[in-house]
Ligand binder design. Structure first.
Ligand code: CDP
Length: 232
C-alpha cells in the first residue's frame, strides 16, 4: 500500500449493523483515519439535551438550537488504552455519554434538522479533504463524499441488529431492554430513510454487504478484499 494515493472510503447503512466496528478495524489495518459521523450527530443531541433544547415530549426548540449551533465543535482523539478514537464535544470526552439509549432516542430527529446536517457535513468534509479516511454513517457516499472511491452499504436483519446493540449495551453495564432497543432502531431507520435532507439510501455505486450471518473476521476479510481490488 505504501506510496499509493490514499482514497476515501464511505461506509453507510442501517443503525446498529456493526458499521463502526468494521470501519475502525479497516482503518487500523490499512493505516487510514477513522471518523464516526454518527458520533457527531450524537454530540449535537447531547448538547441539545444538556441545554434544555429538547422538551420532555421530544419537541425541539429549533430556533434556539440553530442560534447555538456554532458553539458545537466535535473532535476525535486516539485513546491509547483502547487503541480507538474517543469523541470530544468542545474538548470534553463524551464517548460513553453519547452511546446511551436516551441519546439514541433523540438523535434521529436532531439529525434530520437541515442546519444540523449543514454544520456536520461541513466539519466532515473538512476532516476528509486529504483522503486517507474511512467514514461511516448514513449519507457519506451520497451527500458528504459522493466521489468516494470505495462505497459500502451495510445491512443485516432487524432482530440481529437489535441483539448486537443489546449485547453491546449490556457489556458496557448499561440498562437495556431488547424490545426497546429493537423499537428504537426501527424508528431511527424510518426517520433516517424518510427525512428530506440527505436521507439514508444506498448509493448507486455502493457495494452491498449483508453481514447478518458473518463473523467480524469474515466481514473484515470481505472489506480488505474489496479495498485491495479497488486500489490495485
Ligand atoms: O450506532 P448506530 O449505527 O446505531 O448509529 P450512529 O452511527 O451512532 O448514528 C446515530 C444517528 O445519527 C443515526 O440514527 C442517524 O439518525 C444519525 N446519522 C445521520 O443522520 N447521518 C450520518 N452520517 C450518521 C448518523
Amino acid at each position: 500500500m505504501n506510496g499509493k494515493k490514499k482514497i476515501t472510503i464511505a461506509i453507510d447503512g442501517h443503525s446498529s449493523c456493526g458499521k463502526s466496528t468494521m470501519a475502525k478495524d479497516l482503518a487500523r489495518t490499512i493505516g487510514y483515519i477513522y471518523i464516526d459521523s454518527g458520533a457527531m450527530y450524537r454530540c449535537c443531541t447531547l448538547f441539545a439535551m444538556r441545554n434544555g433544547l429538547i422538551a420532555e415530549d421530544g419537541s425541539i426548540d429549533e430556533s434556539e438550537f440553530e442560534r447555538r449551533m456554532p458553539e458545537i465543535q466535535v473532535s476525535f482523539k486516539l485513546n491509547e488504552a483502547t487503541g480507538r478514537p474517543d469523541t470530544y464535544l468542545n474538548g470534553e470526552c463524551v464517548e460513553q455519554e453519547i452511546r446511551t439509549m436516551e441519546v439514541s432516542s433523540h438523535v434521529s430527529p436532531v439529525a434530520a434538522l437541515p442546519f444540523v446536517r449543514a454544520a456536520m457535513t461541513a466539519q466532515q468534509q473538512a476532516m476528509g479533504r486529504e483522503g486517507g479516511i474511512v467514514m461511516d454513517g448514513r449519507d457519506i457516499g451520497t451527500a458528504v463524499f459522493p466521489d468516494a472511491e470505495m462505497k459500502v452499504f451495510v445491512t443485516a436483519s432487524d432482530e440481529i441488529r437489535a441483539q448486537r446493540r443489546y449485547d453491546e449495551l449490556v457489556a458496557k453495564g448499561q440498562k437495556a431492554d431488547f424490545d426497546e432497543v429493537l423499537a428504537n432502531l426501527r424508528e431511527r431507520d424510518r426517520i433516517d430513510s424518510t427525512r428530506e435532507v440527505a436521507p439514508l439510501r444506498q448509493a448507486d455505486d455502493a457495494y452491498v454487504l449483508d453481514n447478518s450471518h458473518m463473523s467480524i473476521p469474515e466481514q473484515n476479510q470481505w472489506l480488505i478484499e474489496l479495498f485491495d481490488k479497488l486500489t490495485s
